[in-house]
Design a protein around this ligand. Sequence first.
Ligand code: CA
Length: 220
Amino acid sequence: MTAMRILVVEDEPRLLRNLAKALREESYAVDTADAGDDGLYKAENYDYDAIVLDVMLPRLDGWELLARLRKQKRTPVLMLTARDATTDRVRGLDNGADDYLVKPFDLTELLARLRALIRRSAGDGRSEIELGDIALDTRSRSVTRAGEAVTLTAREYAILEYLALHRGEVVSRTTLYEHLFDENDDTLSNLVDVHVFNLRKKLGQQLIATRRGQGYCIET
Ligand code: CA
């Protein structure tokens, strides 16, 4: 679906690399951590759209990380468990995990579960979002206006989708940066404004309102 911001906590270097690469190819912004304490620090200090969390981790295991995180935050968590053990599954869901996958898993499956998690947490189980004559399909990442396909860049789409999932709310530029750019990005700070300018050219001036000093909003 999207360029939202994901944290992957996994200590196996190759799996971590492959996961981060696959997620970036899907236009997610990806932060990584290879130990539990580092993962918890990032999870507490950044506002992720979802966290992919391995169970067996050095210094702080996935269960403990999850337990501590849940005292503060409801960030959707997809647990990666090593064994196909019912007890693990029950434990994970009891402790506030939103979903789990047993290793070894299929990457396509992981991506599908993540999309579903993010949609659920945004309070929208559907893949179609309608905004007047504009329609987004979050599964195919496509947009139409009055039935005609509109071509957006990956960043433009990501901004539009984030605002659409949070329609009725004012979304600050800071929030957009946090969700769309990862820790390796070093982009000019006015870039979001440029993308919004281009979105308005393609989709109409009325779609995204600017709230001066506060951010952007798609009205419901
Ligand atoms: Ca591990």
